[in-house]
Design a protein around this ligand. Sequence first.
Ligand code: CAA
Length: 393
Amino acid sequence: MPLVHHEGGMDAESFTAFADQLRRYVRERLIPAEPEVIAADRVPDAILDEMRAMGLFAITVPEAHGGIGMNVSQYVETIRLLAHAAPAYRSALSISVGMVCSALKAAGTEAQKAEWLPRIARGMIASFALSEPGSGSDSAGLMTRAVRDGSDWILTGTKRYITNAPMAELALVMARTHPERLPGNAHVSAFLVPMDRPGVSVGRPDRKMGQAGSQIADIVLDEVRLPHDALLGGEEGKGFRAAMQSLDNGRLSVAAAATGYARRILETATRYATERQAFGEPIASFQLIQAMLADSEAEIYAAECMLADACRLADTGRRVTIEAAAAKMFASEMCGRVADRCVQIHGGAGYLAEYPAERFFRDARLYRIYEGTTQILQLVIARAMLKALAAEA
Ligand code: CAA
């Protein structure tokens, strides 16, 4: 990415040193360990501990709460660099440092920040529990109920497709605090749910198309009793806004994941094209192969520029709903095209499990789906455009 803004974050020199160390770690440790992650379908504990020791879980936590205090540009650049390796590594930390940390910083009470942010910085794995069996894209249609019992809350419902559920210590759970749908989706509130609470259980990890090593499962809440201070921000009806704000942040992270992975995929395709011979020459010397490489390079560069710009705006404190949705939509679709070309450049080898191209292709597919499908992001962008136009009139 050409531009990383340092204002309001780590000083430029420390960030450069951190990024250099991360690049080396990705190349020398994380990429070589991919076969192990895929075979075990989990990131080994030893690697998670190394990631904690490097401070990767602390990147977005403010210094006052024991973190490194990166700004959005630096955080997203860190994710982009990490995403050069298999998606499972980013997945292990992304919900803690992304959506959950961002919701706590934006909407948490001082006591909630003091309790949870230092734990995130030390490497706690968290989940973001919004989707349900009956509501994914229509997130405000959720059925999980939170009812008052004296000063406590009792939560009941099922959350589906929840990243990191099997390893999480904390879930940020969106639940309905009012039976009817209210204007502005004020029937939704957000709760900080420790996963060891009686009544919380986790389903078997789901089998997936790709992204081996990252785990998703259901979280089932059966009359889970929580004290009043588990309600994020201490106020009812703010959960949907908090969820959507966190998703703006999450979408930048997914855009960075797709962009970083696309870089890795293109490097693999380019190397293969220089090694594979046809008609007595490396296939990289053929113009139709070069066209696929060049289109991929141009599109990755476009995604890097979108990310850099969206992060710069986010660092000014501006709401970046459109930019985050646009960057996620473009980068995820772009990563799919780059992965498809990588298979094509590999020819027959692209279809074999022995080569990485088919894994890249399967892994990339998820980016167009989670944290807002491409179709929901089109809605988010168009609605915001039309709203802005109406406000001008
Ligand atoms: N920032 C702050 N507040 C926001 C906001 C944002 N980005 N977006 C919405 N809000 C608030 C506002 O108060 C808004 O009212 P105003 O428009 O008057 O300001 C209010 O919420 C209601 O918003 P909408 O009218 O946009 O709500 P809607 O119900 O009509 O539509 C939707 C919402 C766009 C379809 C939304 O449901 C959506 O984005 N769906 C996709 C959900 C999604 O991305 N799910 C992924 C789950 S997470 C995941 O993948 C987990 C994982 O483990 C990786």
